[in-house]
Every structure is written in structure tokens, then in C-alpha cells.
Write a protein of this length. Sequence first.
Length: 384
Amino acid sequence: MSSSDPIVIVGSGLAGYNTARELRKLDPARPLRIVTADGGDAYAKPLLSNAFKRGLTAKTLPTADAARMAEELGAEIRTHTRVEALDPERHTVTVDGHPQPYSALVLGLGADPLRLDLADDAAAEVYSVNDLAGYARFRAALGGARRVVLLGAGLIGCEFANDLCTQGYTVTVVEAMDQILGRFVPEPAARALQRALGTAGVAWRLGNRCVAVNRGRDGLRVVLADDETLETDVVLSAVGLRPRTGLASAAGLDVARAIVVDRELRTSATDVYALGDCMQVAGLWLPFIMPLMCASRALARTLSGEPTRLGYPVMPVLVKTPAHPIVLSPPPPGSTGGWEIESGDDGVRALFRDPDGLLLGATLTGCHVKDRMTLAKDLPPVLV
């Protein structure tokens, strides 16, 4: 390693590109190389789950291509290229069979969609949307289709259900839990969104799961655990994400649910950092935009010579379901206490307090969403 070796960022998603942008604000001259397995287009990943209503295609969703990003960032960008190995001791990554040096390495690897273990003869026709290429495939599959079975009723599943039903698709959602958004909101808030999406045309199969997808005479046949069969044209799976940890694990870095980093985003290897959907800090894995933005700003300062601890402020999550808007700020994992719930026809206001009455979390739906900024002032930071 020498001082002339570049900072290498692996990944051109929001984590990689935002870190590069923040770094360039502080250090316009440092050699910078971005290596990405895809085409390097810059786009806002959260738009994928409501792009139909916006009229966005895989071609119109990006805001810049790799060539424009290279010019903007003063960086070398290698597209359709995978990092095959990482050698922390030698400060090299192997690309196209050749070790290449880095002065600092940033892993913005992202996450892969979880795949259900299905007994089927149509596995290739179960789509997931986690990037631009996945969105392009799914949108192409919808050409001429009218019926969609959606597996999973978490944040992304509910957003896709809202988006698709507003565009005239017949949507059926299959969810293993007994309520939608089961990991995030109390039951009355989930019920409010379920009713609103049901009114918009979404059909629900809760407390059930898909066990097989087969080809039928007129499209696909989705077989559920209770033996019900759903006839459909397209199946979309949105059952969760798995952080990409293979490269880090093979190099001997500390890995738990995701790549483990300290408060300065350092992995267990010298000069190797991670952020975004592939990393966890202080036991937290938060695959959302606001944590990523906080991390990219802190990491850019550290890379420019000012070691900076990551902190997370209050970070409410807006669920993109116009049929019934929701803003949520879950209590910290393992919190003790309970929900105070005010529920009406026009929305739900749910506050989670500990035994001493301290506010730790909140969920606002419908008409109560307007109070999100006021309420945020009373919530504690996620990571101090």
C-alpha cells in the first residue's frame, strides 16, 4: 500500500455513491475507484416499490449513468465487474483475477432478496425487485398481465400492493404472519392499512404461506399451506433481505447478521469499512435510507482524515402507501413497556412508552401522520 493507492468503493448503490459524493465535498483530489457488478446507473432505490404510479421504467428511473457519475465524482468506475477476493493484510482486492491495491476499502455491497424454499416447476417466474435489473424483469413480466400474487406483507410488500392495485392489477397478498407489517407496527395500525388496501382492491391471505408455484393452463398456480390454490399471471416475492457478507466472511472479517463495524464504520480489518444494507453497528441492522445517509457522511469525514463516530438521530420511516399513509419509529429491540393507542376511522396514533412513561417509539397512520415532526422531537435518538 502507498499513499497514491486509491480509495476503492465496492458497490454503486446509494451507499457507494453517497459516500463518494460526501468524500468529494471534503477531498476533491483523492484517487477514487468504484467497482460495481451492475451498470453503475445512479437511481433512488426506494422508488422501485412505487414506480408504476409515477410512470417510471427501468430506463427513466436512473438520474445518471456510470459515465456521468465518473465525471461528477472525479472517479474511475468499473461496471459489470465483481470483486472476487479481499486480502486485508496486503491491502488488495482481486478483480478479473488480478490483485489491485487500495489505501482504504469501502464495502457497500447491499443485500440479496430472501428466496422461499418452494416446491415448484416455475421458480424462475417468481420475481424479486431489489435493484434496477430486477425491476426491469418484473415490469416486463407484467406486460399483458392483470393478476399478481405478492408474497410478503412487510414494508416493501405493502408498498408494491398499493402501487400495483392503483394501476388496475388484481393483487393478492400472502403473508405467514397473522397481521401485515408484523415486525414494525401494533395491530390496530396494521389493521387500518389492511382495511384501506382491501378497499382499494387488495385481497389478503394472512397466517398462510406459499409452498409451491406451478405452471397452469392460464398462467401460474400458487399453492398455499392450507391447500388453497391461487391462479395468477405473475408472482412477486417480497419476504425480506439477506445482507451480502460472503466477500467479508471469506476474508476473515467479523460477520454476524451483517458485516460488523464499530462506530467509525471500521470492520475488523484495518482500513476496511462497510455501510448500508450489508453492515450492522452496535447490534443494529437498519436497511433504510436515513441510516445510510448518516453513515455515508460520517464515513466520508473519517476517510478524509477526521475520524468520526456514527450517530443516528430520530429516523421515522415513511411507508409509501397513499391508500393509508403510515409513519413509524419502532422502539429499540428488547424494549420493555407497552403501546398507548388512539384509534379511529381516520387513523391510528400509537405511542410506545417504557414503565417510567418515557416515549421510546411511535406509529402514526392516516390523519395523524401530520404530527410526525412534532412527535419526533419527543423521541430519543436511535444511536447516541
